[in-house]
Design a protein around this ligand. Structure first.
Ligand code: HMG
Ligand code: MG
Length: 306
């Protein structure tokens, strides 16, 4: 398949990235990061989550973050919501888009949200219904799409089943997630094509962590199959507190560099994006976990000769 003209990028650094940091990041720093990402041209920014503060203390200040973001027209600032209590808080914070998060693995579902897969879907039903009634858009995640930290192998069919159910609940898009970054291109292709038999590819996104350095290859494999929406995190931040050992999401800077080189439009200014990644890395006291963020002198991405 030819490369697409453009893809949608969903920036998850402020949520997936900062939920996993041992050091606490101030509200000011979170807001500055989110604003720098919007300034770089990112149009979809997952900016926090309304989950139990006992489970994920790093996101306990999400209401304050949402209150302080200087919102840029045309940019969507979304949040994770696990239940009706979270939805109530999201509505009170003026959130326009939420994401519910399920799993293809029973064990991960219990560890992450303290219920079975079936119970989670029943829990999401009223969340999706009420969110849609409030005019919000609802996105979904399916964790452990390419492997589970507790169960190992996960079948593509299990991923397809949960994805289909999330679409039925009203999610406009479901992010097929490699929570622990163990996937390789053949496996990613098998998972994506199995799900695509049940759900149109326009409604699927890729959310790949990069533990083993396979995420870009996996993205490319799925772009060939029609994927057009990619999650990533500036500076390669990310990880789930309930999937220990997993590293960050694929770095947005590296995804944009690859897509620039392929002539695929993202609307992102790479210089500003690298600066945003360095800004938050400086806050965290370390170098960015992206290839681009670590290179001092950069050459532009070179496209294929005609
Ligand atoms: P629970 O303990 O079963 O919930 O947790 P509960 O309903 O029994 O409530 C227990 C307490 O939490 C109560 O407080 C509730 O009020 C409070 P208490 O009376 O004991 O003081 N509570 C809440 N507080 C604030 N906001 C809420 C909320 N809900 C309950 N929304 C629950 C169940 C789902 C709440 C919990 O397990 C939880 O919050 N889990 C979230 C875990 C999480 O955020 N994980 C990381 C995000 S997922 C991820 O990273 C994967 C992803 O990136 C894709 C991928 O890579 O795979 C998306
Ligand atoms: Mg994730």
């Amino acid at each position: 398949m030819d490369s697409p003209d453009s893809v949608r990028l969903v920036e998850v650094g402020p949520r997936d990235g900062l939920q996993n940091e041992p050091t606490s990041v101030s509200v000011e720093a979170k807001v500055a990061f989110i604003e720098a990402l919007a300034d770089a041209g990112l149009k979809d920014i997952e900016s926090g989550s309304f989950v139990s503060p006992r489970w994920v203390p790093q996101m306990a200040d999400s209401a304050e973050v949402f209150k302080r973001i200087r919102r840029v027209p045309g940019v969507t600032y979304s949040a994770l919501v696990p239940n009706l209590k979270g939805l109530e808080a999201a509505i009170a914070s003026g959130v326009e888009e939420i994401a519910v998060f399920g799993s293809a693995s029973e064990s991960f579902s219990r560890r992450n949200i303290n219920c079975s897969i079936a119970e989670s879907l029943e829990r999401f039903r009223p969340v999706c219904k009420d969110a849609l009634a409030h005019g919000m858009r609802v996105r979904g995640y399916v964790s452990c799409g390419l492997g589970c930290p507790y169960e190992g192998e996960i079948s593509p069919k299990a991923v397809a089943d949960v994805t289909t159910k999330l679409i039925e609940l009203g999610c406009y898009e479901v992010a097929l997630s490699d929570t622990i970054g163990v996937g390789t291109p053949g496996k990613a292709r098998a998972m994506f094509s199995t799900v695509a038999k049940e759900v149109p590819t326009e409604r699927l996104a890729l959310h790949f962590h990069d533990t083993y350095g396979q995420a870009l290859a996996n993205i490319l494999a799925c772009l060939d199959l029609g994927a057009r929406s990619i999650d990533s995190a500036a500076a390669g931040l990310g990880g789930c507190p309930y999937a220990s050992g997993a590293s960050g999401n694929v770095a947005t800077e590296d995804v944009v560099f690859m897509l620039d080189g392929m002539g695929v439009r993202t609307g992102v200014d790479l210089e500003k994006l690298v600066a945003a990644g360095r800004l938050i890395s400086g806050e965290l006291g370390r170098a960015p976990n992206s290839r681009l963020g670590r290179i001092e002198r950069r050459w532009p991405a070179l496209a294929a000769a005609e």
